[in-house]
Structures are given as structure tokens and as C-alpha cells.
Design a protein around this ligand. Sequence first.
Ligand SMILES: [Zn+2]
Length: 270
Amino acid sequence: MPIRSAASATVKVPEAMPSEAATIIVLKKTKLGETDLIVTGFSAAGRQVRAVAKGGRKPGSRTGAHLELFCVSEVLLGKGRNLDVVSEARILDANLGCRQDVEHSAAAGAVVELLDKVSQDGTVEERLFAMAREALRCIGSVEIGGLELSCAAALLKIAAQIGLCPELGACAVCGATTDGGDTPVFLDIPQGGIICQQCRHEHPYTQQPLISKELRLWLCNLLSLRFSDLEPYATGKYQPLGRQCLQIAQQWLSCHLNLSLKSLDFLLTS
Ligand SMILES: [Zn+2]
């Protein structure tokens, strides 16, 4: 679908150049030459897109302004020699709230960093786009005290959608149903989730922190609830719980994807 809007930034493209429209979340911007940019995005089709925005770093560039970090933008991409070229760009969601301070930027930054890493190998995962778009909307809307809970939800949901969902309902090793009552359970991240007493004794070499019934329930909630349902809890009141969930998400990504996200490290130490 061609993009036509008074607000669009337009660069003249030779008519013969085939072009393709895409809706992307802007994940990263890299300098290229004196005034150009390479924009990395995650598209609604579920794949990573890299394209050159010519003149995107010139002062007052309208193309650059429509491709700010965390924006959801509609772009028209023409085929370039090596990379695609952005010929038009128009913001759909500015997500200004994600850029309001360093804390919000760090939480949103962790989400786009993870999206960048999991899509680098050309993997196509269509369902990630709508979820990530909603995650950024949520992070941009909540107060600072709710950032950790929102960010933890986003990171765990992304992990789950690429097939790395923590097992929280039954023992991750033997599949035995664990006590869903008040008993705290052991979380064995390398083994893939909570583990039963028996398996715990058989794997004494891994660290198995005891997690409370409440924390286990919240990890389940972060994975199953929509962001609109989680948002009322993303407040200072639940910040300690949010931090615990985010620390678990950090350990999970480190263990199962061998990832260390700079923005996440910053958020957890700020
Ligand atoms: Zn077991």
C-alpha cells in the first residue's frame, strides 16, 4: 500500500526502482557517512529490516524525524545496491513516553535490544510484532515505579514466543505437578523452570533459589496477561516484585540465549 501523507518525508526514488511498504518498530540507528543513517527495524511481517535513510542525520531531516528509536513507522523501501533505501517514512506511534527519561529509555531499550538479537539470523516470527508494539506502548505509559514489571513482562513474553518459555506449572525436569499451594518452590533456570523436591536433590550442582508463591504467580501473570491488564499493577507499589521478576528475566536470557542486554543491566543497577 503506498504511503501518502502530508506528514511523510519523501526522497526522490528512480521510478524503475521496485519498492515495498513495511511497518516497522525502530530498533537501532547507526551512523553512515556524513549525513546518512542505517535504520534497523522489526517489521510487522516478523523479520528484521535494515535500510539506509539518506540524509537522515541532516539537521531538520524529516526522514530522520520519522525514524526515531522506539517509533512504530510506516516506511517505503526501495532496493539499493547493498541495503534497501528508505524513500518515505511516516510515524504511526511516536512512543514519546519511552524517551521521556533515562529509566524509560532503558526499559524500552532492553526490549528493542532483545528484538534486535533474536531477529538477527533472519528468523521470521510474525506474532512478536504486535506484542512488542504493545510492550513499548505500555512502557511509555507507566510511571518509573512500574518499568521493571512492564519490562520483565516484555522480555519473558519475547522469550516465550521464540520457544523459550519458563516452565512454571510442573517440574521442568520430570514433569511432576508441583504443589500449587502456599509452598515455596525452587526455580532452576538452567533446567528450564521450577523443579520438584526430588529433582532438586538430583541436581544439587545448580543454583536453585527458592521463590515464593507470590513471585511464581506473578511470573505466570507476566506471561499470560495482556499488557493492558498488567498496566494497573505497573506502579511503585509493585516495584519490588517487578524487580525480582526482571532479575529472573535477566538470568533467563543470559542462561538460555547467552545474552547480556546493556539497557537491562543499567535499569537493574539504577
Ligand atoms: Zn521433578
